[in-house]
Design a protein around this ligand. Sequence first.
Ligand code: SF4
Length: 271
Amino acid sequence: MVDFMRFIGVTKNALTAGPGKRLELFTKGCIRGVVSPCEGCFNQTTWTFEGKYRKLTINEIIEIIDRDAWNRQVTFCGGEPILQGRAIGKVAKELKKKDPTFHIVMYTMYKLDVLMKHGLNFYWSKERHQDAMLEQLKDYSASFEIKKTDAEGNPTLVKFEILTTDDVLELMRYIDIIVDGEYKHEQRLTIAKYMHDGGFIGSANQRVIFASETMTRQNKDNQFIYKYADEYMNEFNSSNHCKACGGSTQTEDYCSSLCENRYKKHLDESL
Ligand code: SF4
């Protein structure tokens, strides 16, 4: 079972990765980016599986998040975080155990309904893909099968089951919001129109799915609870926001005394 992750960086107090100021962790590697990148992707440095990265154990990731996410707002961005979804599920589960007020967001270009039905599967081919991708997918995947080899016995075609359907459900239990769907540049949420006070950057076709709420609320048809990203942002912009967690408030600066204390403590520590 995987007990580490690969990252290319982290940003503190990010204002474009969900509600509030968030600790944003950028995972390494995106199959889509390597094979056929989304037009206008802002994060090209995360695509490749080759080159530099920081490898952290699950415990190290939890320690870093616990130390640096002063308001408990955390986002996994990429790259394609869901390739490391089994490890993210573990991190999210442990964070929620430690402090249920952690609020966790994850982006993925894959559609969540398809993942729930089929898991995440991928064929790696020597002709088309990087060797580093092969090695890293071996680390992350639930299982893999070598389908073809060359004359020396090296794999040339490998089938990966990166996530099982159970892995997907486990992720959904502990991630508060999953933003799914590919980034479409022609539908991008512009900063001028949508990003007045932080929120999600992305495109209007992406869905902001309230994953853990979907899992806990026994809704009849197993329908997702979600909003399209532009709807979410229009609603977000129509309210006042808590200075700590970014949740909506009427006119107050904080949504709770807990958030007020966190904000004041953070200010004192930043002086
Ligand atoms: S937008 Fe996301 S999925 Fe698309 S190429 Fe960039 S990192 Fe990959």
